[in-house]
Design a protein around this ligand. Structure first.
Ligand code: F3S
Ligand code: F3S
Length: 105
């Protein structure tokens, strides 16, 4: 699967959403998250992110290695909705993201 890491937090450019053929990039309050079971590893999202937040799971930089699990755990209660258009913006984040101080400017 692909993973969205810390650079997305408080940026949420959303360019990635338009590229995903299976609509598996879900929006939380402060970040977006890729569904690990719905992502088909097409890789289309990765080059369009202006802040380079998206990585293949084996290529996540060490400083953001927690984000593989962050993306997985985000869906623990939600399960597999089968498309982010159905859920809209979810009113929460993974606890690790929620605890971050304001990012960016
Ligand atoms: Fe976030 Fe980059 Fe997508 S900032 S919303 S991962 S384009
Ligand atoms: Fe979608 Fe990116 Fe996966 S475009 S299918 S989330 S690699």
């Amino acid at each position: 699967t692909y993973v969205i890491a810390q650079p997305c937090v408080d940026v949420k450019d959303r360019a990635c959403i338009d590229e995903c053929p299976v609509d598996c990039i879900y929006e939380g309050e402060r970040s977006l998250y890729i569904h690990p079971d719905e992502c088909v590893d097409c890789g289309a999202c990765e080059p369009v992110c202006p802040v380079e937040a998206i990585y293949y799971e084996d290529d996540v930089p060490d400083e953001w290695s927690d984000y593989y699990q962050v993306n997985v755990d985000f869906f623990a209660e939600l399960g597999s909705p089968g498309g982010a258009a159905k859920t809209g913006v979810l009113p929460y984040d993974h606890p690790l993201v929620a605890a971050l101080p304001p990012q960016g400017d």
